[in-house]
Design a protein around this ligand. Structure first.
Ligand SMILES: [Zn+2]
Length: 139
């Protein structure tokens, strides 16, 4: 029986504590890098949060010039594009996030397969403050 909560709000709550947490199925062992109240593989609801290392490799990426509102508010857009990517984590699952610490305008700086590590970005003030998952080149 599920005793923990597995909502997106729980996931972002972990991010605020600078923890990247995945959901591990206690029945079949499958691991998901996002909030999952039920295992999509075996339909068990016996899930548990598990902290992920945050280390992985860039699997795919795109440079975003037409930014969504939240990113425009953070200063991004046509004049200041950003990179968002899919990162294949060392533990197996993949997760998306902004890729920071690279020169977006120098395409050679961003490549599929480059090692990355999770970093946590805080945007907004007061009640509107949110922590976002991002990735930066690994040391
Ligand atoms: Zn399962």
């Amino acid at each position: 029986m599920a005793t923990e909560s597995f909502t997106y709000a729980d996931f972002t709550g972990w991010l605020a504590e600078h923890k990247l947490m995945g959901a591990r199925c206690q029945s079949c062992g499958a691991l998901y890098a996002e909030a999952r109240p039920m295992c999509p593989d075996c339909f068990s609801d016996d899930m548990a949060w598990e902290q992920l290392s945050g280390h992985g490799k860039l699997a795919a990426f795109t440079t975003v010039y037409i930014a969504p509102t939240a990113m425009i508010e953070a200063g991004y857009g046509r004049e200041n594009p950003y990179v968002t990517g899919i990162v294949a984590l060392d533990e197996g699952p993949s997760i998306s996030g902004q890729v920071v610490g690279v020169d977006v305008k120098d395409a050679r700086q961003v490549a599929v397969g480059m090692p990355l590590q999770a970093t946590f970005l805080t945007r907004g003030e007061g009640d509107a403050q949110r922590t976002f998952l991002a990735f930066e080149p690994a040391d």
